[in-house]
Write a new protein. Structure first.
Length: 243
């Protein structure tokens, strides 16, 4: 383990958020309130509390609203450098990160979905950082067992192999679920295609080269993608805050 504490991070916030619009059609999903603050602030706060000082947020749907919010957030946190990565055409997860690489440095960085809320999120980032091995890894994913996943429907994504490497198990009921939080090295994107594509491309490439790894999230994970998931996450998170 090399304990490579990332100084840079990207928050993926460009999605259309169609399923959750019934909860609030006037806002892009990252700005919908959850337990007292916009969804994206859960991610930004965790990253800042961990010690990340350079962040990038991509945008597309209702981008002006998101840009204004992030600009105001940055003004309240002058110790942070936060930039926007606008996408006139949706780049998907892989294309979005690839486009942002010039701003993410030359060392491993965090990437987090803006609709992911983690209980003990700072500790989760610390566990990823502590587990990183620069010699062996190009990608390190945070996975959650279904028993601790709130708001996720369907099967899982990966099973842990005998050596701790994740193995594809898409749709399998008892498989672990990818939490939308990860550490990636820029070299993972060598030879990346232009345009829109999924990060799954790079996970598969890393797995083929035995350079894809994962750690298990040992607390609750909230996937806030629908009005029902938002209500359940808010109920549970308010109970935690009230303790």
């Amino acid at each position: 383990m090399t304990d490579a504490k990332p100084s840079h991070a990207m928050v993926l916030a460009a999605g259309l958020g169609k399923r959750i619009r019934a909860a609030n059609s006037a806002l892009p999903k990252p700005l919908i309130p959850c337990a007292g603050k916009p969804l994206i602030d859960h991610a930004l706060d965790n990253l800042a509390d961990f010690g990340v000082r350079s962040m990038l947020v991509n945008s597309h749907y209702l981008a002006d609203l998101l840009t204004t919010h992030v600009t105001n957030y940055a003004a309240r946190h002058p110790e942070l450098s936060i930039q926007m990565s606008p996408e006139d055409v949706l780049m998907d997860t892989g294309g979005g990160v690839a486009q942002a690489l010039p701003y993410l440095g030359q060392k491993p960085f965090f990437v987090q979905n803006s609709d992911t809320v983690l209980q003990d999120g700072v500790r989760a980032l610390a566990r990823l950082s502590a587990a990183w091995d620069d010699i062996r890894m190009d990608a390190l994913l945070l996975l959650c067992p279904k028993a601790r996943a709130i708001g996720h429907t369907g099967g899982g994504d990966f099973r842990f192999g005998a050596d701790g490497r994740p193995e594809r198990a898409h749709g399998i009921t008892d498989a672990h679920i990818f939490c939308g939080v990860q550490m990636l090295h820029p070299r993972l994107f060598t030879g990346a295609p232009a345009g829109s594509y999924s990060l799954n491309r790079h996970y598969d490439e890393a797995a083929e080269n035995d350079r894809l790894f994962a750690v298990e999230h040992d607390s609750w994970w909230y996937h806030v993608g629908t009005p029902e998931a938002l209500a359940e996450a808010e109920r549970r998170l308010r109970l935690e805050i009230g303790r």
